[in-house]
Design a protein around this ligand. Structure first.
Ligand SMILES: *Cc1c(COP(=O)(O)O)cnc(C)c1O
Length: 385
């Protein structure tokens, strides 16, 4: 099987993880702060808070931004469920903004229209989660301008986008957002097995996320209600969680970051090869981008032009051992969200996308002959009558 995504583990990664296993600290040692410093420096941002998943980072970001029962969180329907679930974790209500038909990211125009209506109804969102689908940054300038006008906070879900840039600046530097979240799941750009991280320019937000990732416990006397009872003392001053990243994960992350540039270059090259080879195919190619991290290479079948269904093309590729995938099933069509009142037809652009999209294999270990194999099976499928 040619998988759609796959981690790249090298001897340096093994050495890094083994080094931790032989050391005194398996958790809460020097590797996590080192990993945080490395990400912060790559993103040109003052604060980075590592946690055990991007899902946890999204939850902490919402809590730090004070999302509560009665508040609204808006995001794109074309994302992984975690981008929306984080709102539900906080007891808030979730709604979606339909996608832009070109970039497949949350559409700023539809966002503005929805904000105008919400202002009238008194249901403006507290948080908008902007998801950089496939590693292609959202139109952050427009979303940020709307946030100033309508007073919402912005979380960038950059789970696909470490190594991407936006207007020449690294994604994660939070120029147009309050917090940016990354994922280090094995299919993402770099991996820590499981793992996530939140960046911010705001010291208070960083401190709050640090507190909540470890039970709400502090050892800093200035945060305590009274002076410490003694050197053993700590205080729980908030209701937090155990969302900590381990030393093993952080060491793997530090080692993987050494190859971030290589990974992005490789992904861009492979995307370019696909672009060239698919130029004359009856498919819609991804939004052309020099800034994307190319986490995914998504094509859309122009289903009305083909004699073969989207599902049949997908099945043909899978039958030929090509691990294509579909990112994503629109979140509002999931039973959990239907049960909350969402219906088919609510976000037509997202639903149309879902009927046509296929993610082709794309990862740094993918060989040119494997790309050719993908192209060949796709060509055969599309020319079938
Ligand atoms: C992978 C992913 C997540 C969740 O990441 P985890 O680290 O697995 O929790 C959230 N949002 C998006 C867009 C993702 O792709």
């Amino acid at each position: 099987m040619i998988p759609y995504g796959k981690q790249d583990i090298r001897p340096a990664d093994l050495d890094a993880v083994l080094g931790v296993l032989k050391s005194d600290f398996l958790t809460q040692g020097p590797q996590v702060p080192l990993f945080e410093q490395r990400v912060a420096s790559i993103c040109k941002v003052p604060h980075a808070v590592a946690v055990n998943s991007a899902t946890s980072a999204l939850h902490l970001a919402c809590l730090a931004l004070d999302l509560k029962a009665g508040d609204w969180l808006w995001t794109s329907p074309i994302t992984f469920v975690a981008s929306a679930n984080c709102g539900l974790y906080c007891g808030a209500k979730v709604d979606f903004v339909d996608i832009d038909p070109k970039s497949y990211n949350l559409c700023p125009k539809k966002l503005e229209e929805k904000l105008i209506q919400a202002e009238r109804k008194g249901t403006l969102p507290k948080i908008v989660v902007a998801v950089h689908l496939a590693g292609q940054p959202c139109d952050m300038q427009k979303i940020h301008a709307l946030s100033e006008r309508y007073g919402f906070k912005i979380i960038e879900d950059a789970s696909h986008a470490i190594g991407a840039t936006y207007l020449g600046q690294p994604v994660g530097n939070c120029q147009y957002s309050n917090i940016t979240v990354f994922s280090f799941h094995p299919v993402k750009i770099i991996t820590t097995a499981e793992g996530g991280l939140a960046t911010t320019r705001n010291t208070a937000l960083a401190k709050k996320m640090q507190l909540l990732r470890s039970h709400g416990i502090t050892r800093e006397s200035e945060q305590m209600s009274h002076p410490p009872d003694g050197p053993w003392y700590y205080q729980q001053i908030a209701l937090g969680f155990n969302y900590r990243m381990t030393e093993l994960q952080a060491a793997l992350g530090v080692s993987q970051l050494d190859r971030l540039n290589h990974y992005i270059t490789k992904r861009r090259q492979l995307a370019e090869t696909y672009n060239q080879r698919l130029e004359d195919f009856p498919v819609k190619l991804p939004f052309p981008s020099k800034e994307s991290a190319w986490h995914l290479y998504i094509i859309r079948l122009e289903t009305e032009r083909h004699h073969i269904s989207h599902r049949q093309v997908f099945e043909n590729l899978r039958a030929a051992n090509i691990g294509v995938n579909l990112h994503y099933i629109p979140v509002h069509t999931q039973p959990w969200y239907q049960q909350l009142g969402f219906k088919y037809g609510d976000f037509p652009e997202a639903e149309h996308y879902y009927q046509q999209a296929i993610s082709l294999p794309l990862h740094p270990g993918l060989q040119e002959d494997e790309v050719e194999q993908v192209i060949q099976v796709l060509e055969e499928s599309l020319s079938a009558v």
